[in-house]
Design a protein around this ligand. Sequence first.
Ligand code: FNR
Length: 364
Amino acid sequence: MAAEPVNVTEFQELARQALPKMYYDYYAGGAEDQYTLKENVEAFHRINILPRVLVDVGKIDISTSILGYRTSAPLMIAPTGMHKLAHPEGEVATARAAAACDTIMAVSFSSSCPLEEVASSCNAIRFFQLYVYKRRDISALLVQRAERSGFKAVILTADTPRLGRREADIKNKMIAPPLRNFDGLISTDVVTDKGSNLAAYASATFDASFCWKDITWLKSITNLPILIKGVLTPEDAIKALEVGVSGIIVSNHGARQLDYSPATISVLEEVVEAVQGKIPVLLDGGVRRGTDIFKALALGAQAVMIGRPVLFGLAANGEYGVKRVINMLKEELELSMALAGTCTVKDITRGHVRTQHDRPLCKI
Ligand code: FNR
């Protein structure tokens, strides 16, 4: 039997062993040269944490709230498609793990399980991630189904007018199985002989003309708060404020869309400064350690979202694997906070980290 993983990165190898190559590559891969994929992780390594010593850290509280919902830690499950490729219970297993860990789950538009089934499986707080289809009626229907099923927010993914070029999927001729979330709505079978059927499906269905002014349409079909996922610049952060959304997620889609877009942690602070505390800013991409969460919080994120490690935990061990991944990150964050002299997430400040742009502590 393989040794128990001691950090979330070690779940990746277990997932590789558990999954058919086509599915593992779909989960693990990024776009084109995968420069951004590496950078998302490595940019965290270039940030130091500056601890304060002789602080009473006898009691550490890592809980926080996201959009007013109390949660055990400043981390959420990112929306990722097709959990049944990882495990037969799909999103239901992930949601149960989220509930057990008192963590919010964002459920993907491309969920393998119908939203209603995820909703009735447990009491996890759920947000619904949206892609806007050319068939606006289908997107509207899914938002309304989510709202009726008690989802608490809509996350509009803004970085995907078309699918990024994921070369592993092209080589593997990746075929997405039919998604039960779309039963009776639209066929997900797009036949192509040119490689991945995902890119062909996205080109056929996604509305590449959707833009800032269309947020008015989205607001007209739902009462739920809207977060925009995929913002990487202060300019877009200001536009998001102008159209009146409830939050921003600094994200490059786990490096699966535009290669050579910046590592998310490297642009977080600029976005936070542009937003001036008016709405919450979250971040995803490359978060693999409690120290990464600490760094994102110090640079102004309210919370982070976790993508691949959750999928790898699910592939390795189903619901239990996802719980292990979340709990490992929580435990690491708690320890980092104690060692850095911060008892609550509010105690984590900009002064607790040093980035490459900061003045060096001393000349060496
Ligand atoms: C994603 N992501 C994603 N995002 C989204 O808005 N809708 C989706 O359906 C998906 N699907 C998806 C599938 C897979 C396999 C991956 C890896 C990612 C992006 C996701 O929400 C998130 O932005 C990244 O996964 C965060 O980066 P890390 O944590 O994977 O490094």
